[in-house]
Design a protein around this ligand. Structure first.
Ligand SMILES: N[C@@H](CCC(=O)N[C@@H](CS)C(=O)NCC(=O)O)C(=O)O
Length: 211
């Protein structure tokens, strides 16, 4: 099976999928998409991803979009590799809830198109950063006790999984906005531990080709 990931260096949604692919031990070809040059808005890329967002994962030429859907597909298609989601139904729902706080309630308020829309409304950089900080802080305030309750060596239990795929890029993103994480010791501990894991470290933007 040939896997091609359309990804951007500092974008957090494809970063999630790079972590997931690495945790599964699946080799993939990485195709950088230059968001600042609007490469994602061209006709060629829109034919793969009608939303003009990264990531897109091509599976033998068939495109899959939406990072959470891609991560769940990885778990279903490769169940024999390390699991991203717990097997117990309650734990699966709890892990999904934590992932969705990030994917549905933090990240969509701060992605490039939203920040560009704020700029178009003449909101200056300080206020855009305050906006991003507000929503990251709100989401992390809800997530912190969940990581404290469910976390072990990683954000959910003692093995890396779906929650780490979401949390690590969001913590990276918080760093870009210089968000104060001192009120989130469980999140900081989980992120620090996960950063040491070779599959997660290999997905870091520092190892991504430019764009
Ligand atoms: N819900 C989508 C979000 C995808 C998304 O927002 N991707 C960002 C990068 S992290 C993007 O492509 N932004 C381009 C833009 O906003 O113009 C997913 O999880 O895949």
């Amino acid at each position: 099976m040939k896997l091609v990931l359309h990804s951007a260096k500092r974008a957090s949604a494809p970063y999630r999928v790079r972590i997931g692919l690495n945790l599964k031990g699946l080799p993939f070809e990485l195709r950088p998409v230059d968001l600042l040059a609007n490469a994602h808005q061209g006709e060629d890329y829109r034919a793969l991803n009608a939303q003009a967002l990264v990531p897109t994962l091509e599976v033998d030429g068939r495109p899959l979009t939406q990072s959470l859907a891609i991560l769940e597909w990885l778990d279903e298609a490769f169940p024999e590799q390390p699991r991203l989601l717990p097997l117990d139904p309650f734990d699966r729902a709890a892990a999904r809830a934590m992932a969705e706080i990030i994917a549905c309630d933090i990240h969509p308020l701060n992605n490039l198109r939203i920040l560009r829309a704020l700029t178009a409304l003449e909101i200056d950089e300080d206020h855009r950063n305050a906006w991003a900080t507000r929503w990251i802080t709100d989401g992390f305030t809800a997530l912190e006790p969940m990581v404290a309750r469910h976390g072990g060596d990683f954000a959910f239990g003692d093995a890396p999984g779906l929650v780490d795929c979401l949390l690590i890029p969001q913590v990276f993103n918080a760093g870009r906005f210089k968000v104060d994480l001192s009120a989130f010791p469980a999140i900081r501990a989980a992120a620090a531990q996960a950063a040491e894991h070779p599959a997660i470290a290999a997905a870091h933007p520092d190892h991504h080709p430019e764009r």
